[in-house]
Design a protein around this ligand. Structure first.
Ligand code: IMP
Length: 199
């Protein structure tokens, strides 16, 4: 058994990560071990924010832990909203306002409007070494919202090779190809290879 503390208190995210990082890994949230860590995500890159979160947590727990940060990067907007995806339209997190603003900003950009979701995971191992992992899904931003599932920008994003938006897919389908899935798999492969070399 290898305990990993995940710097998130989003129950949905924790379950998603747990289903990928199954035995011998045991994913624990800060809340479950009575820890509160909520540093300001003040970096201007996904990598920077993931590192801020994992460093703050490691300082408290002194044990293997990881944090993630995700952004939607739109080519015609030079990578925006990117690291500001959650608070693109206003200081308060408002998914609907974010989607509306993005469609407005792209209103004069012809289709296909290339974009990608990118998740970065920062992991600190038992020796205090930092490692970064990435998961990317390329696709495009369509003109009007489609689908009722998911969250964030799901209803305006169609992954490359698909016809449905993320919001038209069932949760398990999205979760098997998503940026977060790919980043967690990259972390898992790293952990697996390190565990194997220790045997
Ligand atoms: P976080 O780093 O996972 O909190 O993601 C930051 C923001 O990116 C979220 O508030 C959403 O707006 C957007 N986002 C992250 N992941 C997804 C996704 O899977 N679908 C749609 N939007 C997402």
């Amino acid at each position: 058994m290898q305990k990993l503390i995940f710097a998130s208190n989003n129950a949905h995210k924790i379950e998603e990560v747990r289903s990928i990082l199954s035995s011998p890994y045991v994913v624990v949230s800060p809340k479950e071990i009575g820890v509160t860590s909520d540093p300001e995500e003040s970096a201007d890159t996904l990598e920077g924010n993931a590192l801020i979160k994992v460093r703050a947590l490691y300082k408290i727990v002194q044990a293997p832990c990881f944090a993630d940060d995700t952004g939607l990067e739109v080519e015609a907007l030079n990578g925006a909203p990117g690291v500001r995806s959650a608070r693109y339209a206003s200081a308060e997190h408002d998914d609907k306002a974010n989607r509306r603003l993005l469609l407005k900003e792209l209103s004069s950009t012809p289709c296909p409007r290339k974009a990608r979701f990118r998740t970065v995971i920062a992991y600190i191992d038992e020796a205090g070494q930092e490692h970064l992992f990435e998961g990317v899904v390329k696709g495009e931003i369509i003109k009007e919202e489609r689908g009722n599932c998911g969250f964030g920008y799901d209803s305006i994003f169609v992954p490359m090779g698909a016809t449905q938006t993320f919001a038209e897919m069932c949760e398990s389908e999205k979760n098997s190809i998503s940026h977060r899935y790919k980043a967690v798999v990259a972390l898992k492969e790293f952990l697996d290879s390190n565990t194997a070399s220790e045997v």
